[in-house]
Each structure stands twice: as C-alpha cells, then as structure tokens.
Design a protein around this ligand. Structure first.
Ligand SMILES: NC(=O)c1ccc[n+]([C@@H]2O[C@H](COP(=O)([O-])OP(=O)(O)OC[C@H]3O[C@@H](n4cnc5c(N)ncnc54)[C@H](O)[C@@H]3O)[C@@H](O)[C@H]2O)c1
Length: 246
C-alpha cells in the first residue's frame, strides 16, 4: 500500500534518515519532524514537547513513525523525561486528535534487558519490559503508553524493539569487536522493518516486535514479526549496511 502520508519524528537522526528515504522510495508522502534543519520541502522543524507543533505535523497522516528521542543514557529530568516520555505522549495524543490509525514507536532491546537471562530462547515478543537504566526505563514507558493507547483509544500501535543500528564508525567498530552480534540490525533490514510496520494491514491493537537481523533468529522471536507485519530479516553482520564514513 503506497501513497500514504506518513509523519516521521526524529527524521534527521540516523535511523530517521534511512527510514524517511525508504518510505519516500515506496511512494509515500513523508513529513519529517525534527529539532534539526529540514532536509525536504515537506519537513517541519519542531520540538516533540510542543503540543501544537506535533498536532500540526500529524494532520492528515495515516501513520506516524516515532523515532525522535534522546537515544541513550542521559540526564533523566532534563533530557530523558521531556524528550522520550512527554514527546511520546504528545505523539500519541496527536494521533488520537488527528485520527491517525497507526503509530510505530521506537523502543529498544534494552527495554527488557533487566530480565535477559531469565527467558527461554527464542525470547517471546510479549515478554514485559524490564529496564536496567533510565534510558531503557523511558523506553519501557513508551511501550506501556503505546499499549494503553491501543487498548483505550483504539489505535494500531507497533513498538519496535530495535537492536543495534550502527550510527557511526565508532559504533560499527564496537559491533565488530563483539563476539555475539544477535542484536545487529542492518540499514537494509531497518528500512524493511519500518516500511512493513507502516504498510501492514492491521486493525486496532498493540504489538511489540523485535527489529533485529538474521543473527537474532533463534534468540528473539522473529516469527511474530513475520506473521503480523511480514518482516523477515535478510542480513547477518556485516551485510546490509553501507560503509559508514562519519
Ligand atoms: N541506533 C540504535 O541502535 C537504536 C537502538 C534502539 C533504539 N533506538 C531508538 O531509535 C530512535 C532513533 O535513534 P537514532 O539512532 O536514529 O538516534 P539519533 O540521535 O540519531 O536521532 C534522534 C533524532 O531525534 C531528534 N530529537 C530528539 N529530541 C527531539 C525533540 N524533543 N523534538 C524533535 N526531535 C527530537 C534529534 O534531533 C535526532 O535527529 C530513538 O528513539 C532511539 O532511542 C535506536
């Protein structure tokens, strides 16, 4: 299903750039929303905490891919709470007010890393979040908020438990140094995951899905993502990511 209007928050970020390009490539009209400089005529510059700005950005959209966030451990009160929790609240409220049926939320594998060792493999998609730091605590909150809006406000919400999408050369070198790369998510698989999350035909309800690559098969339940949205990873490390120059 192409030709939808899609709002992508965090569109100037590492995953946002890749996802925005992929959705435009599929024929969707994408409105990017970010604190950073717009890169396209349809983009808006704004802050997720700004209720009116987020609502304006969501107007007319059929789906929101909500990537904008502080993406790692940071000051809880000054960064994580406003950007990740208030920002997600603004996005979900805007989805209800503007009747946007699908919201895809960026969570992380780290949202359940506090109980990692305690689960049988593959780890089921519906294991509850159990964070281990304040960043992952906000992402656990993002998941719980998404589930509540799906249930009470009849949205279709998909929480993407994103693995390791290398943003720069240092992160790429870090993944190279790991013995265990089951969290690796190539740029190509990231494109595919988020396109499927936007385009999959689904009614109201909540789903948490693992956004990882082939190294994660057998460790994480990838069958639910295949069945529910048609996402099947193709890349094992190091395939599927262009040479990172920055
Ligand atoms: N990169 C990974 O491996 C990874 C893993 C798990 C989860 N995630 C999640 O995926 C999402 C995208 O991550 P990324 O790696 O692209 O991070 P990034 O830092 O490259 O991009 C985040 C973007 O969000 C924007 N942003 C932050 N606060 C904002 C605000 N208040 N208003 C408007 N825009 C705001 C930033 O300007 C930035 O462009 C995040 O939610 C992150 O937590 C990323």
């Amino acid at each position: 299903m192409s030709g939808q209007t899609v709002l992508v928050t965090g569109s100037r970020g590492s995953i946002g750039r890749v996802v925005t390009e992929a959705l435009r490539g599929r024929g969707h009209r994408v409105c990017g929303f970010d604190l950073g400089e717009p890169a396209h005529a349809d983009d808006l510059r704004g802050d997720l905490k700004d209720e009116a700005a987020v609502r304006e950005a969501a107007r007319g959209a059929r789906a929101i891919v909500h990537l904008g966030a502080t993406p790692d451990e940071a000051d809880f009160v000054g960064d994580l709470l406003p950007n990740n929790i208030v920002g997600t609240y603004r996005v979900l409220e805007a989805a209800v007010a503007e009747r946007v049926p699908r919201v895809v939320l960026a969570s992380t594998l780290r949202a359940m890393s506090g109980s990692w060792g305690g689960h049988a493999r593959p780890i089921a998609s519906d294991v509850p979040p159990r964070p281990h730091d304040f960043y992952s605590w906000t992402k656990a909150g993002v998941e719980l908020m998404g589930e509540m809006y799906a249930r009470k406000r009849k949205l279709s919400v998909i929480a993407a438990r994103i693995g390791m999408f290398a943003r720069d050369r240092d992160e790429w070198a870090m993944v190279e140094s790991w013995r265990n790369r089951d969290s690796y998510l190539s740029w190509r698989d990231a494109r595919h995951f988020f396109v499927r999350a936007v385009e999959a035909e689904r009614g109201p309800g909540y789903l948490a899905l693992y956004a990882v690559g082939r190294d994660g098969v057998g460790v994480f339940d990838m069958e639910t993502a295949r069945r529910e949205i048609g996402y099947e990873p193709v890349d094992a490390f190091p395939a599927g990511t262009p040479e990172i120059t920055g």
